[in-house]
Design a protein. Structure first.
Lengths: 519, 405
């Protein structure tokens, strides 16, 4: 069957219908302007709920049955339990036992611990996943084995889809490290503490039915209320919602690789010499080993100069917490805590503030936190000669990562991608990205161990570092060097069948992923 | 019976940028390639093409080759296959990858050798980016970091690395093995623009002469014009006693290095952090080197996680007269470079000397004095060298002279 496609504003061939729903092709950055009202879930009546506020039911199965679980529903979960998540898979075990078919799983991210859902994709319990695909799940989808078409969204794009009704959540199953019987819940406390529940807010507000699952039922009121009980239908108490050591790392670690450290050092030098780094800056860096090393270097420079970052946006780590506690950062706004120091800081420090992605990244927000950020450190699997970025597939064509907040973060003032020029033998800078996730006009600087390429659109940045000792190269020169070392790679081969679509932050389709050609 | 099957290279979950080759020569059946690669989609065909080309080069028509590849670059795969072929045949042919155009430079006897980065000779993943860390020299090591059974394949890998890897201006060094294995090493690597050979466990000047004679023969035969310098490593009590003779054994000896692990073992005492047990040997070696007009180079510092201890160690080393130190991890390079670079007091004194000299010349004075001290031309020359270094290490601005009131 051939699907009708059109060339979108990024020059990519995309379908007009996905999973039997019409979709809008990408039109350009900030061009899509939806009209009308926000989606609203069915209206509840408080007299339908227990007068004593006790919404606890016996089991997750009972809660799902009471929510009317049936064929074709959309089930949402958040990823705060990360690779220690013990509940998401259980939802589909229950559904499979109930012979429910064609569910849509709508997670904010999936992890290797979710690989067991492959069997529920195979037995028809789940039709498709609209969320990130990692490891074996990504291979499964790339090889065309999933019945429906995957839809990949950024964290902000997920909230956008919820708010404008592109995705209507039937049941949200939201685990919480602490909750009361009314459904108020938070990210700290108990044995499964994850610090912050920054990804649960929109789901709780917009789902038709909401189940809170906790292993730590506390007396009402559970506060501060990251999930408000007013939105919650049922509360389920289980022994364990997650495996603690897999929820947060005991400690996140700066990279030990000398090559990555060199990249981090060059990044810090670039930020200093270009004048981007100054007193009162705002910044965000991830939890990868190179990003952490950059945070350490920036901390040193700020301290040396007596400067202070106004605020940082988390994912928080101990390195950001160190800046906060050392006086080099005013406030941490935080959507997720990555390690134990970050969890402790959220609990103890009034200047470490939970801040849901609902507020930070959302296309339907009245403003965008990321566009207020001065320094944004991001990764990518590939970048091309036009500075376009790919984060979802590898050069061999397989889906291996989610978008996360990556697309949303591109709106920052200075988007810096510190990347190795090649990983093992695979060049990171290519002629054209395998999958387009972010348009090149939004990516400002690529920093590799063999040189720094500044986007020619950023004439101001190029001028600011003129005459510095930084190793500036054109992106073409970097690509040529990678190919001289690694050899020119062959291209991955695809069939026509579309296995996944990649949404831009506004809900339009920026690119697709096609089925891998296997011999 | 002649061996018909062999394995070279490395494979395993932690191995990167390498491959394992299992080669079996057959009587018939043509070339059969069984490739498993982490980069199959992107480089599968080119790996097979390379493989066929190598067999053609060695005139092998029937073979089964199993390649287990973890993202090895072509020159690595080629080295592994060549090593396998040579394990099974007595071919003297060499399948040489192209010489990187950036790699043809020569170095000078007096150049700086603050930092020399050791890279194990059979570990490709550590070679590829070795040039990025601003070491003065890169040592591809065929001696202690290569297992005895891997010497032959490491030699071929190092040869290919000398041709392909961009050393980015670092002095291209190889540490050869002792004795006859070392001479074999020379024949394999010297033709590929090695700037300096490290001679391990050197105890007598005869060892230096033997190495030099072999190198001379190779240079003459192949008409190599770039010099090949020598750095003997003294690692025993006898070596220390002979250090001046070793330093003077050839005009190509440009530095003497000391290896304290083996030296303390030879003394029969533990190596301590205070290093009192090696104080005499270190100062004796410094004096011998200086007397011979060459650079004394200190032993490596083995705790790669303790940067502060390394910094302190370099301060002591510099105060004893050493002019460089080996690095066993790239992150040591910067600490060592900065440590041997001129300090504030040296820089200040040197600027005064150069300024006084310029003033005197302007006034047409023949005799230059700074305060009550006369300044000779060699003093000015040395001061200028210090300032050049200070500029190079970012400790002095390029136009410092304009900033002086």
């Amino acid at each position: 069957m051939t699907i009708k496609t059109i060339i979108n504003a990024a020059g990519r061939s995309v379908p007009l219908v996905v999973n039997n729903q019409p979709v809008v092709p990408y039109k350009g950055v900030g061009k899509h302007r939806p009209v009308g009202g926000k989606y609203s879930p069915p209206i509840p009546t408080c007299s339908d709920y227990p007068a004593d506020g006790n919404k606890v039911v016996k089991s997750l199965e009972e809660a799902l049955r009471k929510c009317g679980l049936h064929n074709g529903m959309t089930i949402s979960t958040h990823h705060h339990m990360r690779d220690g998540d013990l509940i998401s898979n259980k939802i589909f075990e229950i559904a499979s036992a109930m012979k429910v078919k064609d569910l849509v799983w709508f997670p904010s991210a999936s992890f290797p611990c979710n690989d067991p859902v492959i069997k529920f994709l195979e037995d028809g319990t789940i039709n498709r996943i609209e969320g990130s695909m990692n490891g074996p799940l990504g291979r499964f989808v790339s090889e065309g084995k999933m019945k429906g078409t995957a839809v990949l969204r950024s964290h902000g794009g997920r909230v956008q889809a919820i708010q404008d009704g592109e995705v209507k959540i039937d049941i949200a199953v939201l685990v919480a490290p602490a909750a009361d019987s009314f459904g108020n819940a938070k990210g700290t406390g108990g044995k499964s503490s994850c610090g912050v529940l920054g990804y649960a807010k929109a789901d709780s507000m917009y789902a038709s039915k909401v189940i809170v699952v906790t292993d730590n039922l506390i007396d009402i009121p559970c506060y501060p209320m990251e999930i408000e009980g007013n939105y919650v239908d049922y509360v389920v108490v289980v022994d364990k919602i997650g495996i603690p050591e897999k929820i947060v790392s005991g400690t996140t670690q700066v990279t030990k690789s000398p090559d990555r450290l060199l990249i981090a050092e060059m990044t810090a030098a670039f930020l200093e010499k270009s004048g981007i780094l100054k007193d009162g800056i705002t910044m965000q860096a991830g939890a990868g080993g190179t990003s952490l090393a950059i945070a350490v270097y920036l901390h040193q420079i700020l301290k040396q100069k007596g400067w202070k970052a106004k605020f940082g946006f988390g994912g928080s780590t101990k390195y950001m917490v160190n800046m906060l506690e050392d006086g080099q950062m005013g406030v941490i706004l935080d959507a997720q805590a990555f390690d134990l120091d970050a969890v402790r800081s959220v609990e103890e420090n009034a200047n470490h503030v939970p801040y849901p992605v609902f507020n930070a990244y959302n296309y339907h927000s009245k403003g965008n936190l990321t566009s207020m950020m001065d320094i944004m450190i991001l990764g990518a699997t590939e970048v091309d000669l036009n500075f376009n970025g790919n984060v979802v597939t590898h050069s061999d064509g397989y889906l291996l990562h989610g978008i996360g907040g990556w697309q949303n973060c591109l709106h920052a003032r200075n988007v810096i991608l510190p990347l190795p020029l090649f990983r093992d033998r695979i060049p990171v800078i290519v002629d054209e990205v395998t999958t387009l996730c972010g348009p090149g006009e939004m990516i400002d600087v690529i920093i590799t161990e063999r040189g720094i390429a500044v986007n020619p659109l950023r004439k101001d940045l190029i001028k600011s570092i003129k005459g510095s000792s930084l190793p500036l190269r054109s992106i073409k020169e970097l690509k040529d060097e990678a190919e001289r070392i690694c050899g020119k790679p062959q291209k991955a081969q695809f069939e026509d069948k579309i296995v996944a679509v990649v949404k831009w932050v506004d809900g339009t389709v920026i690119d697709v992923v096609r089925r891998i050609k296997t011999k | 019976m002649i061996k018909k099957i062999t394995t070279t290279g490395n494979a395993g979950p932690k191995i990167r940028s390498d491959c394992e080759i299992t080669l079996e020569l057959r009587q018939r059946g043509g070339i059969v390639i069984d490739l498993t690669s982490r980069v199959q989609t992107l480089y599968g065909e080119s790996i097979k093409d390379l493989c066929r080309d190598i067999f053609k080069f060695f005139n092998i028509r029937n073979a089964v080759v199993k390649i287990n590849d973890s993202g090895a670059l072509s020159f690595v795969i080629a080295a592994r296959i060549e090593a396998a072929v040579k394990n099974l045949t007595d071919s003297a042919l060499e399948y040489l990858p192209e010489m990187n155009g950036e790699n043809k430079y020569a170095t000078t006897a007096g150049r700086l050798r603050f930092s020399r980065l050791y890279v194990p000779g059979n570990t490709p993943s550590m070679m590829i980016n070795a040039g990025l860390h601003s070491a003065d020299g890169i040592i591809l090591d065929l001696e202690d970091s290569v297992a005895p059974g891997k010497k032959d394949e490491a030699r071929i890998l190092v040869r290919n690395a000398l041709r392909q890897i961009d050393f980015r201006g670092a002095e291209r060094m190889v540490r050869i093995n002792q004795g006859n294995t070392g001479l074999k090493d020379l024949h394999c690597v010297v033709p590929h623009n090695v700037n300096l050979i490290l001679i391990p466990k050197c105890e007598t000047k005869n060892q230096v002469e033997r190495v030099e004679k072999e190198i001379d023969a190779i240079r003459k035969k192949l008409k190599i014009s770039n010099p090949v310098f020598l750095m003997p490593i003294i690692e025993s009590a006898l070596g220390i006693e002979n250090s001046f003779k070793i330093a003077k054994a050839s005009k190509n000896v440009v530095a003497l290095a000391i290896g304290l692990e083996d030296f303390t073992a030879d003394l029969g005492v533990p190596r301590t952090a205070e290093a009192r047990e090696s104080f005499y040997a270190r100062t004796r070696l410094v004096v011998a080197a200086k007397a011979a007009g060459i650079q004394p180079i200190d032993s490596v510092f083995s705790d790669v996680d303790d940067m502060e201890a390394l910094r302190q160690n370099v301060i002591v080393s510099k105060s004893l007269g050493f002019e460089g130190m080996g690095c066993i991890h790239p992150k040591q390079v910067n600490v060592i470079n900065q440590g041997y670079a001129p300090d504030e007091a040296e820089i200040e004194k040197s600027t005064k000397i150069v300024v006084a000299f310029n003033e005197a010349r302007k006034k047409g004075l023949a005799v230059v004095a700074l305060g009550s001290k006369m300044i000779d031309p060699p003093v000015v020359e040395r001061a200028q060298k210090v300032l050049d270094l200070a500029i190079r290490f970012g400790k002095l601005s390029q136009d410092w002279i304009k900033q002086i009131p």
